[in-house]
Design a protein around this ligand. Structure first.
Ligand SMILES: Cc1ncc(COP(=O)(O)O)c(C=O)c1O
Length: 374
């Protein structure tokens, strides 16, 4: 740091220079985040200085968080579920498994996750000294329930199912996993970080949420398809005792105990979560999801018309394409400003988020056709 500061305007222009190096979302087809909704930006600014880690000082922000959780609980099939707004899917997953560990008889045991699970579960294994057993997927890239059952032993704490996998957007058979969890007296966490704000708005979908008997907790991220600002995640427990198992005494704060992983936590992203849900309502979210699904189908159909196959049928707005000379094609697309990603199996992965529009998709398809020489 310099001894003397520099003028306000100069600081701002330095910030603008940094920002100008960032990409705009316009041609990004690789991210599960998106441009926040305009009302999310305003809400975020309004609550910038609030600290939900010391809620007695910010009772309004706390009441808003409780209402946001209650709206999410309602959306995810159990209006009496409890939880809090986290910093994202990673914190929600950590806290869910930590609660299972705290509430379980097995102190140092294992959890069973699908092979498709997000890498946050590897962090969890490390943080909580748990073995993370990965169950194989079936040919539809959903976890195979028989594989999960076969990995259970007397040290198992809980199971995880994914509702919207990161790479392929697939929805595991949560009802089958719940049946296994109940039979073996295990907790079951559903990671719907991406799918939580998609699946409820699809025209039809399999049961995946807290309405399924045997599901103990669920992750849902407002900062992904919830169109909120970063960092906003959601964690909900069906049974309040699981949330209680995360309780830490906080002697010198305005509240007696804290459940969150972070101490100081901004109310800003919570405000944006609340504002978007209130403003859009179910109908508004449905229109956004419908548009993303329709753009996904359009890419799939047009790509097929020039010979590009979809290796895995999409369950939602995550699409994979089988492309020869993938790295060269990606290089050509990048020259036109497109950002796409690649799955571990070597397929092009596209996430069709709300910031994309039909004309942008048409431009992408034109460039894809050109890059693949079709
Ligand atoms: C299914 C799933 N779970 C968890 C996460 C982690 O979320 P975050 O990056 O918000 O911590 C992701 C991120 O893409 C995800 O797709």
């Amino acid at each position: 740091m310099m001894e003397d500061g520099i003028p306000f305007e100069e600081v701002l222009s330095e910030l603008e220079a940094f920002k100008s190096r960032d990409l705009s979302y316009k041609r990004i087809l690789s991210s599960m985040c998106t441009d926040p909704h305009p009302i999310a930006r305003i809400a975020h600014k309004l609550f910038l200085e609030t600290n939900l880690g010391d809620p007695g000082l910010f009772p309004g922000a706390k009441a808003m968080e409780d209402e946001a959780i209650s709206m999410i609980a309602d959306l995810l099939g159990d209006s009496s579920a409890t939880g809090y707004i986290t910093t994202g899917g990673t914190e929600s997953n950590i806290q869910a498994i930590r609660a299972f560990r705290n509430a379980s008889k097995n102190e140092r045991g294992n959890i069973i996750v699908p092979h498709s699970a997000h890498f946050s579960f590897d962090k969890i294994g490390d943080l909580l000294s748990l073995e993370v057993r990965k169950a194989r997927l079936d040919s539809s890239l959903r976890v195979d329930p028989a594989e999960v059952e076969g990995l259970i032993d007397d040290k198992t704490i809980g199971l995880v199912g994914i509702a919207g996998t990161t790479e392929y957007g697939k929805i595991d058979r949560i009802e089958d996993l719940a049946r296994i969890a109940l039979e073996h007296d295990l907790f079951l966490h559903v990671d719907a970080a991406f799918g939580g704000f998609v699946i409820p708005f699809l025209d039809s979908h399999p049961p995946f949420d807290l309405s399924v008997e045997g599901v103990s907790s669920i992750t849902i991220d407002p900062h992904k398809m919830g169109m909120s600002t970063i960092p906003a995640g959601g964690l909900l427990f069906k049974d309040e005792r699981l949330l209680d198992s995360l309780s830490t005494p906080t002697p010198y704060l305005t509240s007696k105990r804290q459940f969150s992983l972070t101490g100081t936590r901004s109310g800003a992203a919570t405000a944006s979560t609340y504002a978007v849900m209130k403003y859009l309502g179910f109908g508004g979210f449905k229109r956004i999801v419908d548009r993303c699904i329709s753009m996904t189908r359009n890419i799939m159909n047009v790509a097929a018309s020039f010979g590009i196959k979809t290796p895995v049928a999409p369950d939602m707005n995550v699409l994979t394409l089988e492309i020869e000379n993938l790295q060269e094609v990606i290089k050509a697309l990048e020259q036109s400003g497109w950002k796409v990603s690649v799955t571990r199996e070597g397929f092009m992965r596209l996430v069709i988020m709300p910031h994309l529009t039909e004309p942008i998709i048409d431009e992408f398809l034109y460039d894809l056709k050109d890059a693949t020489g079709n």
